[in-house]
Design a protein around this ligand. Structure first.
Ligand code: PDD
Length: 277
């Protein structure tokens, strides 16, 4: 199994990170997760552009161009003979004596990437998943795909302890997103999701779903909705790189709609399949 450390592809056991890497000490960096289908990266440009945008939002100019990254990751996928899975990548502000302020200009950023085999979660697609609700306690820049994920992992842990797949986050009455996904509701044939502002990550899957809705006459409305509206929805979807279009059939033990994946969800799943080469 090979990984990427900075510009190099090397055996995983040979990749070493310094104890004062700022990603390790401060979570000072950004990341992406890209799906691999049939040995190819799905929506790679969108993900790498978002990586660059996340870096810029924290005052980092990526030391690698999007093209360089794409070439590197494609080689890694090839060397690891990956067919279905993910490539994970992160870039940190580099290694420097611990001090909160940014390190001196010219400090080398640390890039790490690895692949993982991961089948598509077919059973979740067909049967749907259970969820819990929990207060969104994260910071006010959730649009940045930051390595700081404590608010997300604490929410996911709560879901896991309840035997659920995802935690749906809300700020007061308003639903924001999932702990590692975007949340969509369908009511009377229209799809609703939180606007792409500082309170959510603008998912690439979300953007694919938006495009598919537009192309197939499903009204796609970017508008905040409440917990009550979520509980009253006909259908609810968890959307992300790894979850794709996953139906939610239960929220806090109560069924969504008739408790089975709905027909708009099924239609979107088919359309999403059609996007995969
Ligand atoms: N999570 N919102 C949050 C908080 C996320 O962490 C993610 C992705 C999304 C969906 O984004 P996308 O459709 O681009 O994957 C929304 C990734 C998969 C993760 O952290 O593993």
């Amino acid at each position: 199994e090979y990984v990427i450390l900075n510009g190099e592809i090397l055996p995983r056991q040979d990749a070493r990170i310094d104890v004062e890497d700022r990603g390790y000490q401060f979570g000072d960096g950004v990341y992406e997760v890209i799906r691999i289908y049939n040995g190819k990266m799905f929506t790679v440009t969108e993900h790498l552009e978002r990586l660059e945008a996340s870096a810029e939002k924290i005052g980092m100019k990526l030391a690698w161009t999007i093209t360089e990254l794409e070439v590197l990751f494609a080689r890694l996928i090839e060397i690891n003979s990956l067919e279905t899975g993910i490539v994970y990548m992160q870039v940190t502000r580099g290694i420097s004596p611990r001090s909160h302020a940014y390190p001196p200009a010219g400090t080398a950023q640390t890039l790490v990437a690895y692949t993982r085999n991961m089948p598509r979660p077919e059973l979740n697609f067909s049967d749907g998943v259970k969820t819990i609700l929990t207060e969104d306690i994260r910071w006010l820049r959730c649009d940045i795909k930051s390595l700081n994920l404590l608010g997300n992992i604490m929410a996911k842990q709560k879901a896991a302890e309840a035997g659920c797949y995802e935690a749906i986050l809300h700020r007061g009455e308003k639903v924001t997103e999932g702990s590692s996904s975007n949340i969509f509701i369908i009511k009377d044939g229209s799809m609703y999701t939180h606007p792409a502002n500082n309170f959510i990550l603008n998912g690439i899957t979300r953007q694919t779903i938006e495009k598919l809705c537009a192309a197939h006459g499903i009204p796609f409305i970017e508008k905040e909705f409440s917990v009550a509206e979520l509980e009253d929805a006909d259908e609810v979807i968890v959307g992300s790189t790894t979850s794709e279009v996953t139906p939610v059939v239960e929220i806090e033990g109560k069924p969504v709609g008739d408790g089975k994946p709905g027909h708009v969800t099924r239609q979107l799943q088919k359309l999403f399949d059609g996007e995969i080469e």
